[in-house]
Structure formats: structure tokens, C-alpha cells
Design a protein around this ligand. Structure first.
Ligand SMILES: [Zn+2]
Length: 128
């Protein structure tokens, strides 16, 4: 359950404290999320970009998220809208609006798929 919360909050997969993406405010919320090079937790400092091209695979995760959202939006919109053209327009607009969110969570999920939690950092957290 804590892993799911850490994914939703965008916390580091190793320590669960540091942030994967920079915090944004104001007009920068509309732009592409900016990723931290390393974990912001000074005890962890886990490097997120393990090798060049590491996040190419996150495109497949992003595709899966987009398809899942499209199916969910279609099912919900089909209750209220009978014309499939309008459903398609709603799905297209939502895909554009959710693209930055999908970009962010695709990378977070990709990091969580391929890095294990550091047990030593976990023990330190329990002690302190
Ligand atoms: Zn960390």
C-alpha cells in the first residue's frame, strides 16, 4: 500500500522520501514535468537515469496508461452520450490534457519496475 502511495506522490523507489520530479507552482504547472537527476534525499541520492535511453521503455507504459484512460472515459461517456463521434472527441481532448500526467507517471512506474527498495535506508527510517 505504501508503494502505491509513493508512486502517486512521485517519491523515490529506493528510499521513499526524495522526489523524482521537481515541485512546480504557478504557470509552470502547464509545462512538461521536470525530472530530478538524482533523488532529493541526501542519504539516498539514487540516480534515476541509469543509462542513456533508459526511459524509452516508459513510452510503452505511457501508451498503456493512455489506452486505459481512453477505455474508462469511453465507458463513462457512453452512459451520457450515444453518438460515438462525441465520445471520440472527448477521448481525444482528454488524451491531450492527460499527456503530461501520463508522461510523469509512466516514468515513475518505469523506475519502480526496475529498481528495488533499499532495505538499509528503510531500517534507518524506522529507527529514527
Ligand atoms: Zn531516494
Amino acid at each position: 500500500m505504501s508503494i502505491l502511495l509513493n508512486i502517486l506522490k512521485g517519491k523515490c523507489s529506493k528510499c521513499g522520501k526524495g522526489d523524482i520530479f521537481e515541485k512546480r507552482s504557478g504557470i509552470s504547472i502547464l509545462g512538461l514535468p521536470k525530472m530530478n537527476y538524482k533523488c532529493t534525499n541526501p542519504e539516498c541520492r539514487h540516480k534515476f537515469l541509469i543509462e542513456p535511453g533508459y526511459f524509452y521503455g516508459a513510452m510503452y507504459v505511457s501508451y498503456g496508461l493512455t489506452v486505459a484512460e481512453g477505455i474508462a472515459i469511453y465507458l463513462i461517456s457512453s452512459i451520457f452520450i450515444s453518438n460515438p463521434v462525441y465520445s471520440f472527441i472527448i477521448i481525444a481532448i482528454s488524451a491531450i490534457l492527460l499527456s503530461t500526467t501520463n508522461y510523469k507517471y509512466a516514468r515513475i512506474l518505469w523506475i519502480y519496475l526496475f529498481t528495488k527498495k533499499n532495505k538499509e535506508l528503510n531500517v534507518e527510517r524506522k529507527v529514527s
